[in-house]
Design a protein around this ligand. Sequence first.
Ligand code: OAD
Length: 236
Amino acid sequence: MRGKSVVILTGAGISAESGVRTFRDNDGLWENHRIEDVATPLAWYNDPVMVWRFYQARRNQMQEVEPNPAHLAIAEFQREHGNVTLITQNVDNLHERGGSESVIHMHGKLETLRCESSEESYVCMNLEHLSPDFVECSCCAEPSRMRPDIVWFGEMPMFMREIYEAVDNCDVFIVVGSSGHVYPAAGLVDVASQMGARTILVNLEEPMNAESFDEVHTGKAGEILPALVKTWLDEV
Ligand code: OAD
């Protein structure tokens, strides 16, 4: 793959071996709520305490987990190859902690909170930001409650212009650990294909959009990705 422009899209499966639960592998429920019902602007409006508790639990959990060999392999691939754009649907910071320098978080990040008035995001990971209480922002004249800096169902994912530009112009498009349920991320493989890119999937099992890929490698990302990365680096 030397000299080729590569885009990697990761999903919850890449963080599974670090101990972060995926969205759809188990029963897909959180305290009897479907993820689609917790992660919406309406849920935040109707029951902000429940939504806040859900994200505070995930923000706290992020402190306790570590990057796994799949995150490290991608960081090594970026370093060694030199032309790899990394896009993630994940809101954790395990790619960064695994050594990836430039990561496009299309569904937002757990480590930042957003002021609902100014729309500005701030890193909020100190002890006082991680309690069950809401965090107040004082960036505007009226202090107001901050919301999780997450793209909820019904909201537009972030950085879509940069993402389409990278996918439109890539030679190789690789997806790791994603079920292909959530659009527009799930449709990026078709965009890459239409533009003539080689498309590769690395996933525990064949997901619903598997037939969209030229190559499918099934297995745990932490176990099979390090060897795949070596093969890709050796390819001309
Ligand atoms: P999903 O939970 O839908 O899918 C995770 C995929 O990873 C599944 O296909 C699993 O088979 C696979 N998987 C599990 N363990 C794996 C492992 N060790 N190695 C490789 N693959 C593994 O997660 P996403 O596709 O990321 O959105 O979900 C997309 C979006 O849905 C998320 O970003 C989130 C969610 O609602 C928002 O929060 C906006």
